[in-house]
Design a protein around this ligand. Structure first.
Ligand code: CP
Ligand code: NVA
Length: 300
């Protein structure tokens, strides 16, 4: 059975910690390896990407492999060839699929029918590579994650879901503020809390940010939700991260965003450019975590 990275939960407790430490080691040593020597990863992207695409392309090169980039517009994916057929065909050519798509069920289908590892490069339900990279960004600053309080302010979207999964394995406290009707996956929340995740929910952004060491947000309308933009702008009014909100956080608190950001919507330009912002460290860490993820899927 190939090893898939469809969500953070695939790692298990030990796997999650090992991945984090390995990514840090790879970063510290500017790792170049051979684990993908002679191997090819096919990147299937049904949504736009800058960071995820390029960091995976570079990570594969750093590990000795090569990549092929595919989009629906230029392949039979856009002409309704069944995913289960695509999975079986591509498994005959390549060694790994890195997939950015809409429903998580598409990732599941590719994994079920293919015979090579599938890595989730973002779905509507999760963004596990990003959040593992974000945990690395906190970990390198605050190795004792049990002393860390994280605030999530905004949509209960793919990023929020993956933060909830991360909180199962990493001992930070996660204070999350959503507008009513924009809460994250209820089943996932229940599962995580039962598994010991320290998650606190509110509708008040100030309560979530109060005393936080890391303040996180994301766009109000994710890819695929563009037609809801206006409705969401109204719903998320009051959830913008600005200097006044950041002032409630712990002294020396950091601001995090997976990017791309909509300045003036979920965050002000001042916060993005201010001294608390660690957004480009987060972006860099995508490269290091992707290398550790690829090594993990190939080291079974
Ligand atoms: N954060 C992130 O996944 O960025 P891209 O959409 O540019 O890949
Ligand atoms: N929630 C955002 C994340 C982008 C990296 C989206 O899905 O569009």
């Amino acid at each position: 059975m190939p090893r898939h990275f469809k969500r953070i939960r695939d790692l298990g407790y030990e796997g999650a910690w090992k991945l984090l430490q390995r990514a840090k080691e790879m970063k510290d040593t500017a790792h170049r390896g051979k684990i993908m020597d002679g191997k090819t990863a096919i990147l299937i992207f049904e949504k736009a990407s800058t960071r995820t695409r390029v960091s995976f392309e570079m990570a594969v090169r750093h590990l000795g492999g090569s990549t092929i980039f595919m989009t629906p517009a230029e392949s039979q994916l856009g002409r309704s060839e069944p995913l289960r057929d695509t999975a079986r065909v591509l498994s005959r050519y390549a060694d790994c699929l890195v997939v950015r798509t809409f429903g998580q069920s598409k990732i599941e289908e590719l994994a079920e029918y293919g015979s090579i590892p599938v890595v989730n490069a973002l779905t509507d339900e999760g963004h596990p590579c990003q959040v593992m990279g974000d945990v690395l960004t906190m970990y390198e600053r605050t190795p004792d994650l049990s002393k860390v309080r994280v605030a999530w302010v905004g949509d209960g979207n793919n990023m929020a879901n993956s933060w909830i999964e991360a909180a199962i394995y990493f001992p930070f406290e996660l204070f999350m503020a959503f507008p009513e009707g924009y809460e994250p996956d209820r089943d996932l929340l229940g599962y995580a809390m039962q598994a010991g995740a320290k998650i606190f929910l509110t509708h008040d952004p100030r309560m979530a940010v109060d005393g936080a060491h890391y303040v996180n947000t994301d766009v109000w309308a994710s890819m695929g939700q563009e037609e809801e933009q206006k409705k969401r702008e109204a719903a998320f009014k009051g959830y913008r991260i600005d200097d006044a909100l950041m002032a409630l956080a712990a002294p020396d608190a950091k601001f995090m965003h997976c990017l791309p950001a909509h300045r003036g919507e979920e965050v002000t330009d001042e916060v993005m450019e201010g001294p608390a912002s660690i957004i480009f460290d987060q972006a860099e860490n995508r490269l290091h975590i992707q290398k550790a993820i690829l090594e993990w899927v190939f080291s079974e």
